[in-house]
Design a protein around this ligand. Sequence first.
Ligand code: C2O
Ligand code: CU
Length: 708
Amino acid sequence: MFETILSTEVAVALLLLVTWWIAGYLVGRLAFRRTGGRLRFTAWSGLVVLGLAGSLVVARVATTQQLWSFGWLFAQDRVTLALPLLLLPAGAVVLFSVPRLWRLARSPVEDRRAKVDAAGRSAASDPLLVVPVQATAIGATLGAYLAFFPPGPPSTGMGLALWTPLIVATAALWVRQRRRCRELSRPEARMGPGLGVRLLWAIAGVLVLSVGLTAWFVWSTQASTLPDRFSMMAHEADYGGGPEVGHGTGTGHARGGNHAGHGDDGQAVSVTELTGPHTGDPDRRFTLTAQESQIQLSSGETVDAWTFDGQSPGPDLRVRQGDLVEVTLVNELSEAGVTIHWHGIDVPNAEDGVAGVTQDAVQPGETYTYRFRADQVGTYWYHSHQASSEQVEKGLFGAFVVEPREPEPEGLKDITVTAHTWETSDGPVAAIGSSDTLEGRAVAPGTPVRLRLLNTDNFPIKFDLAGTAFRVAAIDGTDVNAPTDLTGQTVKVPAGGRYDLTFTMPETPVELSLDYGEFGGKARAGMLLSHDGKGEAPAAGNDSEFDPTTYGSPEPAPFGPSSSFDREFVQVFDSRPGFYDEQFNILWTINGEVFPDTPMLMVQEGDLVKTTFVNRSPLDHSMHLHGHHMLVLSRNGEPATGSPWWTDTLNVAPGESYEVAFKADNPGVWMDHCHNLDHATVGMMLHLSYEGVTTPFEVGDATDNHPE
Ligand code: C2O
Ligand code: CU
């Protein structure tokens, strides 16, 4: 639905451009018609084209209104920028051009072959007839540009940049047309340039246009070049309406430079100081070795993977709540640097494992040790955050489970379901772990089962559980309050997200299946649970989608929709064609920008922060904030009414908007990006930065740090 409106809008914007240019051309030629018959004919043609062009204006208003029905932020730039550029000149067309054109079209001609006299030429070249139509053509051109390249939040500067060409061009057209009218009104007027001259003008026009376009092309390619090395600190800051704060002294402001001086107290902390406990014997100690290995899928297919410990998914790391965990990363890859990011675990910043932000990528032959206390119970995962779009896809990830201190149900069957799509010689193959076929598991009836669904892919996956009622016990690691039984509901897990499903094993088989929808359809991979691991579950018949905003029961949360927020950020997602680091791509923009031009969200420790996500683009974006958990306040303007929904990875579907809130209680520099890592790698990321925190690390080709 939303996607249809978007594509209709683009089509309408293009048609507007074409029809208004034709209309502009026709009315411009009126005065040069030699005979009364031809003049009338052209006037009629002009009216017909204007009728069409006018109905397209109505269509443009209608698509805007439809977008608006999704929320003001979906239509804001249309209403404040694109529509006025179109409606104002089009209004002048209705007031001035149409009546004049109508008079010309209806003027009686006795002899159709008779030459048009001076009065006729004067009426046909009236600037009030011609210029409004041509000005609307320019307005429609600017509108088409905006439809293809959606801007960030509208600003006065943007308005000026759009209105200036319209006003200047209109003035120039007016001067030209006035002169023309004066000349043509003389009885002995020359009838304007011949075909040859006009052709030359047209060629010149095309040349100027192509030179302009080429220059723009070259310029935007160049402008998209990423610097060889740059700091995360070197960004425009967004203070979310709160007080302006800085990083503290010693920061390298490569651009802007305007954030120093506010709130700087000279006590800058480096992210390297924000570590987990340095001392004390760890409760759990792991070593993960990154290496190139071949893995075999259950279908027999082999994949050249990058693995931890020769397997992918890497080993399930299971710890108990409160454990001090120490993980040593050993890099045995032949060329690439790696890191480990603990996705969803709010570790101290120095342990967050983001190349170029919290550490340098660990080079082949090197090791690196992470230490943190695992305080949050639940399902998490770990993955490399160096060239992550490539390295996660190749297999450098695994599940990380924090088990509660209190005893779990007797005999619990706890299964991690790690969905991943492998690039094989036969194209992409969806699997659960390395099983790309239906995998049978023997589970005795009566056994409590917990399925920890984890989506390591770039798109949301719909999980269907057939043959039993089940509960969504946890989302992104956090328990749902008072979950109730569900049947026939599909559970959509965002890219990077985790949902835990629980049920008691029935007498009859249960089957878990995966559906990638438009991104790959139903997977062959699945899981069948029964007393002997064989059998067939009833068809899923899942039609409705599980809705976390209404599931479970409310319970007190530390903040909510009526809290007063210290800062409020808005992130609007659009898409447009463009260049990223000199490569042509579809770009997924945040407030009209891609990294590193996306803003840096600045907060102070203790701030209560609200963020609004608005997805105006045609694809899902799974927004992952490092180091914090966000509480969902509302979706599409409807308040969340179920159990508090805490998330670290929130899927924002096309046409959706969410309001979330989090407490700035974990100082550092934190990535905030789309977990469709192919989007992140072309700039769909930004970061959250605390007052007084700096990072000595840099990203860029000269550093070998590429977090995305
Ligand atoms: Cu799972 Cu920034 O990533
Ligand atoms: Cu995305």
